[in-house]
Design a protein around this ligand. Structure first.
Ligand code: MSP
Length: 498
């Protein structure tokens, strides 16, 4: 079967998607897996479109929190972080994360980029020396004023805060209020999704204070101006350009600005306000979009060490499957909103949708094809119009992953209905051939469209259909082409009832 191979336009700007870089004080949990899977879906979708993609993830390894975690475990910080980084890399391999590069803030090239960038901000007059006095939450690595504290504790995580009074360097964030408001106005997609944009705009309108960007009492990090260490958040944000080899090489020119930084809502401020202000100060382009998604609770409660309710994604994949987890995380709530993780909800989705709708369709169609004893299927493209690629692309481009998945699953359900209505087991000859043609072509298209979400399952479907998985996985192969069907084979069941 001849597949069309998409020609990649090497001159067009590449598509750049990032996850936050995760703190390596502990192993990954379901929240980290969520962001990373979402970014993986976006990356895979853009590869299906034939774009050159750079998908970045990595780890945030400096700062007081990590230094303390290392000390508590009795190891030196570098040894400590190396051990946890491995756990992240292993987890992403299991979860089928197709990242192109894994950045570490302890990488030499990252450290050099941080120093270089701060020198530019200083040269541009946006860095000055002073003294910081206020509160600091080590767990969130965030400064707070008296007014921001909640009952004397961190307003984000509820933990104890410490009082800081130390010499520092400030970044002139206050100078960027108007420029930021301009950015939000001209690029209406920058603050995504819409439900989170107002909060940021209002806070910026209230006025911006200069921020402390170095710590005098922390040693584990990038050194600045002799006896200071760069504030871990400034260090961390720069990963998005150091990973592209900024200021050297071609990658930066090829991929910057980022098309989307996918982050959790609690770190939206750093990405939507501080990061673009830093870039504007350095005279660089700002990202196209910051998408801040919602939070998972577990059985209604916030995940925390003290509640002993951290969900380990690897544990879930052992008991269900990688694709079941990937599917559930996206299908449970619209991307952007909060949701609750419960295994009973996950079981229900596996049984009703992965097994009941998708697995059932694949199994029925392949059994019929096998029993029909025909070697070639042709017919009119009766089902093709039922999948609206334009709507789907609109959802995917806006990172409405839930709606996109819903759209594809509607088509799966329609195909099941088509089987029920046509009753192919009662047909023969040309009539049977036509129905099977439509169903096999539909399955082939479904295996392409669902591929970003549940890649391993889709590769199995493609294999059962006798298509070449490397060549077929491209959006230009989503047209029914009257060419289908030399050899299909019924593989193992895709999903089992749980
Ligand atoms: N190191 C910073 C990010 C620096 S990016 C320049 C950090 N790291 S983190 O390890 O705490 O990871 C935070 C991210 O993990 C969140 O932004 C979110 O993407 C994900 N999640 C962590 N807990 C989560 C939930 N309970 N639910 C959903 N995602 C959450 O912050």
């Amino acid at each position: 079967m001849a597949h069309r191979v998409i020609e990649i336009d090497n001159k067009a700007k590449g598509f750049y998607v990032t996850t936050p870089i995760y703190y390596v004080n502990d192993k990954p949990h379901i929240g980290h897996a969520y962001t990373t899977i979402a970014a993986d879906i976006v990356a895979r979708w853009h590869r299906l479109k034939g774009q050159r993609v750079f998908f970045l993830t990595g780890t945030d390894e400096h700062g007081e929190k990590i230094a303390k975690a290392a000390a508590a475990s009795g190891s030196n910080p570098q040894e400590f972080v190396d051990g946890i980084v491995k756990q992240y890399k292993d987890a992403w391999e299991v979860l089928n994360i197709s990242y192109d590069y894994f950045v570490r803030t302890t990488d030499k090239k990252h450290i050099e980029a941080v120093s270089k960038f701060l020198d530019i901000l200083a040269k541009n007059g946006d860095v000055y020396k002073g003294e910081y006095e206020g509160w600091y939450c080590v767990s969130d690595e965030t400064f707070f004023t008296d007014l921001q504290l909640k009952d004397g504790k961190c307003p984000e995580c509820g933990k104890e805060v410490i009082r800081l009074k130390e010499s520092t360097h400030f970044f002139r964030l206050s100078a960027y209020q108007d420029k930021l408001l301009d950015l939000y106005k001209t690029n209406t997609e920058f603050l995504s999704p819409k439900l989170r944009s107002e909060e940021i705009i209002n806070r910026v309108k209230e006025g911006l204070k200069d921020i402390s960007i170095t710590r005098a009492t922390v040693k584990w990090g990038v050194q600045f101006d002799n006896d200071h260490t760069v504030y871990v958040w400034v260090d961390a944000l720069l990963n998005y350009i150091s990973a592209l080899d900024w200021p050297n090489g071609d990658k930066f020119g090829d991929f910057w600005p980022a098309n989307v930084h996918i982050v959790g809502k609690e770190i939206n401020w750093f990405h939507s306000v501080i990061w673009p202000a830093m870039l504007l100060s350095a005279g660089m382009n700002t990202p196209e979009k910051v998408f801040a998604h919602g939070w998972w609770t577990v059985d209604g409660k916030k995940m925390s060490k003290s509640s002993h309710n951290f969900v380990d994604p690897l544990d879930i994949t052992k008991r269900y499957s990688v694709d079941a987890l990937r599917y559930f995380l996206i299908r449970q709530m619209p991307f952007g909103y909060d949701g609750d993780f419960s295994e009973s909800a996950m079981k229900e989705l596996i049984n009703s949708e992965l097994l009941g709708a998708l697995g059932n369709l694949v199994n029925r169609v392949l059994t019929l094809a096998e029993n029909s004893k025909m070697s070639k299927f042709t017919g009119e493209n009766e089902l093709e119009a039922k999948i609206n690629l334009t709507v789907l692309e609109g959802h995917m481009d806006a990172i409405e992953l839930y709606s996109a998945l819903n759209e594809i699953m509607e088509f799966v359900r329609y195909c099941n209905k088509y089987v029920n209505d046509k009753k192919p087991w009662t047909l023969e000859g040309k009539e049977l051939e036509e129905v099977l043609y439509n169903l096999l072509e539909s399955l082939r298209v479904i295996s392409i469209l669902l591929y970003p979400f549940i890649p391993a399952t889709c590769e199995k479907i493609a294999q059962s259909l006798g298509t070449d998985k490397e060549l077929s996985m491209s959006l230009i192969n989503c047209k029914f082409r009257n060419e289908f069907g030399d050899k299909t084979s019924k593989g193992d069941l895709l999903f089992k009832k749980v």
